[in-house]
Design a protein around this ligand. Structure first.
Ligand code: SF4
Length: 218
């Protein structure tokens, strides 16, 4: 679980990025073309968190550049946003071989980079795309089908879990709804939260309500 947000002024994100770009802390360094740090605007109020780079991301060095990225851009446009209004990152910064699932020790090794990105941004809204990001942020083993459809608190951030756009491309139905319809529902929630007046204080450090505790309520 990510720690409580720290004071963003203490985070020099350029230093962290430089460290990430030459990182060899886990086995994924051996097979990558390049580290995939972030896309979009790391000063924005909105942060999307995906799983790990795929083939195209590994080649181009940017998250969500393939078909899933195009769908994400389309869905963002439907709520009046684009990549200048959001940052897009992954839990894991290097491509796992053959796009296999990230392993627990790889997630742990890469955790400080995502934590630094979150701390630097102190986003108003965090959208977790799919199981890995949702479990990382909610500190829970719950799957996305069960987690989505609700908002959670993490510090001052509102967490909105939804399906990964790749799931929408695969089709099917989960929990009685198609992933694409679910994402559209969840994105309307994102838009509504962003349209609320901004909180007085952006960066509290004293209290975080664990999202896993909220899940236990249901
Ligand atoms: S996945 Fe993360 S921890 Fe592993 S080598 Fe890449 S940047 Fe480092």
């Amino acid at each position: 679980m990510p720690n409580a947000p720290s004071t963003p002024a203490l985070i020099d994100i350029d230093v962290v990025r430089a460290a990430a770009l030459s990182c060899t802390k886990c086995r994924l360094a051996a097979g990558r073309t390049q580290v995939v740090w972030a896309a979009g605007n790391l000063e924005a109020d909105l942060l999307f968190i995906g799983e790990a780079p795929g083939f195209h991301e590994d080649r181009e060095g940017e998250p969500f550049v393939g078909a899933a990225g195009q769908l994400l851009d389309k869905l963002l446009g439907e709520i009046g946003l684009d990549r200048t209004k959001a940052a897009i990152v992954n839990v894991i910064k290097c491509r796992p071989p053959s796009n296999r699932d990230p392993q627990e020790d790889e997630i742990d090794a890469c955790r400080p980079y995502l934590q630094a990105q979150i701390d630097h941004m102190a986003p108003r809204v965090i959208v977790t795309l799919g199981n890995f990001a949702t479990r990382f942020i909610l500190e829970s083993s719950v799957g996305i089908t069960r987690a989505r459809g609700r908002k959670y608190r993490r510090g001052e951030a509102t967490v909105v879990p939804t399906f990964h756009p790749a799931a929408a491309l695969r089709g099917g139905r989960f929990g009685g709804i198609s992933p694409i319809d679910a994402i559209r529902q969840d994105f309307r929630v994102v838009r509504a939260v962003l349209d609320e007046p901004p909180p007085q204080s952006r960066h509290p450090v004293e209290e975080v309500v664990a999202a896993s505790e909220q899940l236990d309520l249901f």
